[in-house]
Design a protein around this ligand. Sequence first.
Ligand code: UD1
Ligand code: CA
Length: 459
Amino acid sequence: MARTCLAVVLAAGDATRMKSSRSKVLHTVGNLPLIAHVTRAAASAGVTKVALVVGRDAGLVTAAASAGLDVPVTPVEQTERKGTGHAVLMAREIIAEGFDDVVVLYGDAPLINPESLAAATTERARGADVVVLGFRAKDPTGYGRLIERDGELVAIREHKEASAEELAIDFCNGGVITFSGTEAVSLLEAIGNANAKGEYYLTDIVEIARGRGLRCVAIEAPEEDMMGCNTRAELAEIEAVWQARARLAAMLSGVSMIDPASVFLSFDTELGPDVMIEPNVWFGPGVRVGAGAVIHAFSHLEGADVGPGAMIGPFARLRPGTELGEKAKVGNFCETKKASVGAGAKINHLSYIGDAVIGAGANIGAGTITCNYDGQNKHVTEIGAGAFIGSNSSLVAPIRIGDGAYVGSGSVITMDVPDDALAIARARQETKPGRAERLREKIAAIKALKKNARAAQQD
Ligand code: UD1
Ligand code: CA
């Protein structure tokens, strides 16, 4: 039978160093709140329930932690910050429901790897009562040191209490501790606060467990996985690690990037095989790109579904609700929003296409604008399959341009155009033979008169 596991996620942290009006764990990496990275990692490692220890912004934090998660999340409040041991005990009633394992995670450490969590559970299944995820710290200052003897963990010593000999240890507590669900409440209740900080240290659980003849072990994980966020500078460092991982995963799945470091991905970006991404491209949330599509440099995509073989940019902006069919093209300096663009249709230059439905193979000329907004409401523009919209046309919505219809360049179209009709809505051209030459002479004469008048004044 599969093990039951409760994740207690600590998110009641002190965020003063973030200098933020929001809870720290609501800040995002890859456009997903830190807390959601943590709960998603827990869920994919097989956690069966989440107890969320929250402080400020409890409602928002709970919503972010549980969005899109198929594991139940129950918030519990910690109103006073009295240490990690105290924080975990806020979930006492949920822990007492009975789980095989309890794992403590920090809500501000989003890079935690589900495989490390699974490895800890495996150690539990093999008989360890407490499993601590440790890392080799480049600079161990401030971390709890993992003290091992004969392959077992005997204590976690917080920096402030550590002896000189213990301070020399570089194997540190990453903060993720998995322990026996049946022992959990009684171990946690035995934690006291007689220490340098006057806090209830979760880390005391190791010595308490050993005192009861239980077995504790530490397993090693990469330092990067344990990165926590206290300042905006650390948030940016975490983002950099996350982006590097996301780009690598995309490239290994068959996506080409010429300059990966300049491509920004979101947590849910889906890129098909043989997609080519040029430098300086930004993917906001909700983007899917079909096989073989090319995203040229300096494009900005958000909430867009790009069909296979489509060509985007350079300098294109696809806003939410954009759906591009197979081999559609959206070229330079074009913006689309709530626009469904049929297969093979082209919007190649300098256009705004919003609230529009465009048929397959339509050609939208340079500078075409869908006038979708009357100052109060948005209206839809429909353009039929194979229609041709001449350059610099304004289509005043609501409006329908029929299949195969033709709109003359520079038109302001305010009435529907039937299938296969030609609509021209601009002033008729007048051509006056020889008039250019007469105009030039007239201008030259005026210029000469002015010059003479100025000379007369100076005399
Ligand atoms: C803790 C560990 C230390 C470990 C380090 C790794 C303890 C006593 N120490 O130290 O061994 O090396 O993390 O980063 O556990 N939190 C609450 N409520 C509280 C206190 C903390 O929600 O009352 C949350 C914080 O928001 C944070 C996490 O718990 O996400 C860790 O707390 P923090 O105060 O940063 O612990 P450290 O002193 O860094
Ligand atoms: Ca910390």
